[in-house]
Design a protein around this ligand. Structure first.
Ligand code: IVH
Length: 683
């Protein structure tokens, strides 16, 4: 090919810049990428290559010179004390060797040691500790300043509020510890299943979901999704001498402080060992709880790191080796439609079986109609299947060059494949739904869910049994389970007398199952097991919950009265029980003798703190004072402004003032937030 002239390269550079900027926006701000990381890196690399060939085309603000920007509306921005950078990527052994050769030239020595660690596919974050105490969490943002996500970071169970002292080594006065917030693959799948059931678009990968979660404004909603964190680096530190000499020692120090770190890292002498470590990581990474999209190779000596320095966006002392996503090509035989418990219709790709990353893949979710249209997936196409986050197979694209001429665009069915009812698409939803509440598949799925282990747990009532009961027309709702007749069941033939009696006994026992099991079993949108438990702790029974008002959940200033239950969930619960059909179901269940057992907290709702007066002072680790006050009042307690002999407890946080002194003088009990949570009946 003849070499390009700058004039010829210019339009392509402009096109690439616009394209990269658009994908940056989708990835960092919207957490909804449209292309794979590999395709994105290709665009960016082509742009970087052109800019290198034609330096006259380099423009300020080109995406090749920046780290993207994740800042979102509604957060305070905070300036990092030391810039947060990105990493340069490599895809081959040769490129890794070039990286090493560059450092050898730069530092003038051959004997370079490296640390090789997993590249976690999450969201970069900087955590500041002052005098060993957690003070702030900030996202990378544009590298210079990011969003203050302290409130949300406090929902991270494994992030220490106070660093443990390590043997004889003083803690730094101030340190920014860098790391990655992520979701485990298990949690990612759980949330996506829930979203699909609720008609909401599924997230493409754990990273997007983690990013979308940490940028929620309601910390209670964030707490619902179990975010995790791993820390692996250091930003600003005072005094610098408080840091060890090598990165490997720094990682060990983090562990001693009680900070979560990656479970494995390798120390390598020279590039051969580094390459061997990258391959070793590739072999074990499937067993890691998070998605890893590569290995990060870092110079071990912190002094050498400083000497090597950085370019405008990435350090010269580290590089990311990206593992190729496993991808296979196969034929799309058909698209089938799955009907969910809530009527959501999910298209599923029926594939010619193909081996992918060690397992045979024959089906893959297509998520929804928009996804099919965007990728223009047609029955008969050769499609590329990838394992997103290494576990879930997904159809990523179509081999357009090899499309059979007879392929026609996919048309989503207009009627529910189970009951023939015309499908609908609710406003703001991506999913089509079957609106027929009596749709036989929905009925079966609802009953199955209700009877499952995670709900009221009726032994002997699995998928096949529900199918049989529904097929006979005996079970059209959850309530019908409590109307089953022994004589009818015996006519089923396949169940002998003993198993019929066992089933009837299990159904009878379920009438007294714990309240949270019923709440979860009713299938209220957004309400999973954890939320059902939180709600159950605060209501005497099903009847009381069905009669609850929004104000029972959310107080003035939109402050949540029940830990973990935010506005979205409260609205979903109220909306559910306001529907005449659901009210009728609750009444039916009660009439049939269903009496869920409220948790044995030993106190009636709203009375745990009756007669007790609290005074609040100082900054609490996770609750604002308004939130703490709302919870105390919701539990029947009183909050007063000043300490007197009548005060039962002074709830004290950091930097508590004169009220604390007064409490001590008057011998009033002083408690912290953890103790308050215990009093409220939590953990
Ligand atoms: S070190 C100045 N180590 O990958 C060097 N980054 O694609 C900063 N990442 O911005 C990065 N795992 O968000 C480092 N073990 C690891 C990492 C890691 C994931 C992220 C980080 C970085 C991005 C670059």
């Amino acid at each position: 090919m003849a070499p390009m002239t700058p004039a010829e390269a210019q339009p392509r550079v402009a096109e690439l810049r616009a394209s990269v900027a658009r994908h940056d926006e989708l990835y960092y701000r919207k957490a909804a990428p449209e292309i794979s990381d590999l395709d994105y890196d290709r665009l960016k690399r082509e742009l970087a290559d052109l800019e290198q060939a034609f330096p006259e085309l380099i423009a300020p603000g080109s995406p090749t010179a920046s780290v993207g920007d994740d800042r979102a509306e509604g957060f305070q921005t905070y300036r990092h004390r030391e810039r947060m950078m990105s990493l340069d990527n490599t895809y081959s052994e040769a490129e890794l060797r070039e990286f090493h050769a560059r450092l050898v030239r730069l530092l003038g020595r051959e004997d370079l040691a490296y640390v090789v660690e997993p590249k976690i596919d999450g969201l970069a974050v900087s955590i500041t500790y002052e005098q060993g105490r957690f003070v702030r969490a900030v996202t990378r943002g544009n590298g210079v300043e990011g969003d203050d996500i302290t409130a949300n970071a406090l929902t991270l169970r494994t992030l220490p509020r106070v660093l443990k002292k390590s043997n004889g080594v003083p803690l730094p006065d101030l340190i920014e510890i860098r790391g990655e917030i992520f979701l485990t693959l298990e949690e990612f799948e759980r949330i996506n299943r829930e979203r699909e059931e609720a008609g909401e678009p599924a997230f493409a990968n754990p990273r997007s979901l983690a990013a979308g979660t940490i940028k929620q404004l309601d910390a209670a909603e964030v707490a619902r999704r179990k975010l995790e964190i791993v820390l692996y680096g250091c930003g600003h530190a005072e005094p610098r001498e408080a840091l060890p000499a090598t990165h490997g020692e720094f990682l060990s120090r983090l562990k001693e402080w009680g900070v979560p770190t990656a479970e494995r890292f390798w120390t390598a002498h020279g590039v051969d060992e580094a390459w061997a470590a990258v391959q070793a990581l590739d072999r074990v990474r499937a067993a890691l709880p998070y998605a890893t999209d590569g290995a990060v190779v870092k110079l071990d000596s912190l002094a050498q790191q400083r000497e090597a320095g950085a370019t405008s966006k990435a350090p010269r002392w580290a590089i990311a080796f990206k593992f190729a996503a496993e991808r296979a090509e196969t034929r799309l035989r058909a698209v089938t439609i799955q009907v969910g418990r809530t009527g959501v219709l999910t298209p599923v790709a029926e594939l010619e079986p193909v081996l992918l990353a060690g397992t045979t893949v024959a089906r893959a979710t297509l998520h929804n109609q928009d996804e099919i249209a965007r990728k223009d997936i047609r029955v008969g196409d050769l499609v590329f299947v990838e394992k997103a986050g290494e576990v879930i197979p997904a159809v990523v694209s179509v081999d357009l060059a090899r499309r059979p001429p007879e392929c026609v665009p996919y048309v989503f069915p207009e009627k529910c494949p189970a009951c023939g009812t015309p499908v609908v698409r609710l406003e703001g939803e991506v999913a089509f739904r079957c609106p027929n509440y009596e749709c036989p598949v929905q009925v079966r799925r609802r009953v199955q869910h209700f009877a499952s282990k995670a709900c009221v747990d009726i032994e002997g009532l699995g998928e096949a049994m529900v199918e049989a009961l529904a097929g006979q027309g005996w079970v059209k709702s959850i309530a019908d389970l409590y109307r089953l007749r022994r004589d009818d069941l015996l006519t089923l033939g396949k169940s002998v007398e003993k198993s019929t009696d066992n089933l009837l006994a299990a159904i009878e026992t379920s009438k007294g199952a714990e309240l949270w099991r019923f709440i979860h079993g009713l299938g209220i949108p957004h309400v999973g097991v954890a939320a059902a438990k939180d709600v159950a702790r605060r209501f005497a029974g099903l009847e009381a919950l069905a009669a609850a008002k929004y104000e029972d959940f959310i107080g003035e200033n939109k402050i949540s009265k029940i830990e973990g239950i935010g506005g979205t969930m409260a609205a979903a619960i109220i909306g559910h029980f306001n529907a005449p059909r659901q009210r009728a179901l609750v009444e039916e269940l009660l009439a049939l003798g269903v009496r869920p057992v409220a948790p044995a907290a030993g106190v009636a709702p709203g009375t745990a703190l009756a007669g007790k007066t609290f005074v609040l002072t100082g900054t609490l680790p996770t609750l604002t004072r308004e939130e703490a006050a709302a919870r105390i009042e919701a539990a029947g307690g009183k909050v007063s402004a000043s300490v007197s002999k009548k005060t039962t407890y002074v709830l004290a946080g950091a930097d508590a003032g004169s009220k604390l002194d007064k409490a001590r003088t008057l011998n009033v009990s002083v408690i912290d937030e953890a103790e308050l949570r215990r009093l409220l009946g939590g953990t």
